[in-house]
Design a protein around this ligand. Structure first.
Ligand code: AMP
Ligand code: MG
Length: 400
């Protein structure tokens, strides 16, 4: 059976960045920039004061206590009209342009009003003090962001500063989620005998959104070839289709067959891991050159989550033009003994606190309640072995 590492290689071999598209800057948070951004302005646009105070000619105040005539008051957004000369000063606010003739600003705290004049308490004054020069942070024509940069809040501010309201980015992949199973009812319904609510649909859509994709809800398909066909076809319109359920060895596990009939090429079925062994992965190559990555996740919620975190998250990152690093991995110290059995590496819901990790008393792969106490998956390599308290293991840490 395929190892996790090899299966991930096979997924990533199919996951090329999507073609760049022009989007509103306001909708680009988290996307990767597909063009260089050049400044259309100098910033600041003029020499400006970085404090509230008095703009003057430094040579006017060679010793403390000099009194200067006040010419005018300039606030941020206003334009000075008077030239400062020896013996005069302009009241100036933070961000306002430095008036002609002035070469320094004295903070208001270093001054006193003396009737209609200002007394300067600081001396001597260093020419240039409290002034930031035009274009100190940005020069018109300068590249401020390179293609490949992932856009965060800081970059939203910078794009606005240089006047960019639309930009070319690698778009967010659209990811359709289809839950399959005759036993499923919608979350708003009360399950009848032998029914359960579709928790995987909301779970996988939320994980997809958090990983940077745009989730598309395809609802529930019954374990019926015709229903599966119609809903899978809808999913094949998107960049990624994630199915839950129907990929194991049961008589109603019809998903691989349905995918094959719709021309989805199987890349692999089954991976050596626990939980999540039945994972199915394939690609639909469309006539127009587009392709859809298709993941058939096992129906058990924890299995589905593990497969999402190990494979789908990395695929989303790759399609988004990002480094496909999956979840961050940390080394942590076990707080208790743990018995690992069997030939499959195990990803066990666990609680990471500082550098310590505690595997949770997980009741099998349907146990979402215990999973909600977890903030990571503890990794135990294959083989029968007791892991002792104090040993280091790796943990894959959930976001947020
Ligand atoms: P399957 O992979 O279809 O054999 O399903 C395995 C287990 O996961 C069964 O116990 C299902 O009832 C459960 N399951 C399947 N789909 C869902 C779902 N959408 N939400 C919650 N549990 C599910
Ligand atoms: Mg099923």
């Amino acid at each position: 059976m395929l190892s996790v590492e090899r299966a991930l290689q096979l997924v990533l071999a199919q996951a090329r960045p999507l073609l760049p598209r022009e989007v509103l800057a306001a909708e680009s948070l988290g996307c990767v920039l597909a063009q260089a951004i050049v400044s259309d302005i100098d910033s600041p646009p003029h020499d400006k004061s970085i404090v509230d105070g008095y703009a003057l000619f430094a040579a006017s105040a060679e010793q403390p206590g000099v009194e200067l005539a006040i010419l005018e008051e300039v606030t941020a957004g206003a334009v000075p009209t008077r030239t400062v000369e020896l013996g005069s000063a302009t009241r100036i606010m933070t961000g306002a342009p430095i008036p002609a003739g002035a070469d320094a600003v004295v903070m208001v705290e270093q001054t006193e009003l003396a009737s209609d004049r200002v007394r300067i308490l600081q001396a001597p004054i260093r020419p240039g003090q409290n002034i930031i020069r035009r274009a100190a942070s940005l020069v018109k024509g300068q590249t401020v962001l390179a293609a490949g940069k992932r856009l965060r809040g800081i970059e939203m501010g910078l794009l606005a500063e240089v006047g960019r309201t639309s930009i070319a980015v690698v778009p967010r992949p659209r990811l359709a989620v289809l839950a399959t199973g005759n036993e499923l009812v919608e979350p708003g319904q009360r399950p009848g005998p032998s029914q359960i609510r579709n928790s995987n649909g909301p779970l996988l859509q939320a994980l997809a959104a958090e990983a940077g994709a745009v989730p598309v809800d395809l609802g529930i398909a019954r374990d019926d070839p015709a229903d599966l066909r119609v809903k899978i076809e809808r999913g094949l319109a998107e960049d990624v289709l994630v199915l839950s359920g129907g990929v194991s060895a049961g008589v109603l596990d019809l998903v691989p067959q349905a995918l094959a009939e719709l021309g989805v090429e199987q890349v692999f079925h089954k991976v050596n891991l626990k939980p999540g062994k039945p994972l199915w992965f394939g690609v639909k190559r469309h006539d127009d050159g587009r392709q859809t990555l298709v993941f058939g996740l096992p129906g058990n919620p924890v299995s589905g989550l593990v497969c999402f975190e190990l494979f789908v998250r990395s695929a989303i990152q790759a399609l988004s033009g990002r480094e496909p690093i999956g979840l961050p991995r940390v080394a942590a110290v076990l707080t208790c003994e743990h018995h690992q059995r069997g030939e499959r590496p195990t990803y066990w819901p666990a609680l990471l606190a500082g550098e310590s990790v505690t595997p949770l008393a997980w009741q099998g792969s349907g146990d979402l309640r215990t999973l909600s106490e977890a903030n990571c998956l503890a990794h135990f390599p294959a083989g029968d072995r007791v892991f002792h308290k104090g040993e280091f293991i790796f943990a894959f840490v959930f976001n947020g």
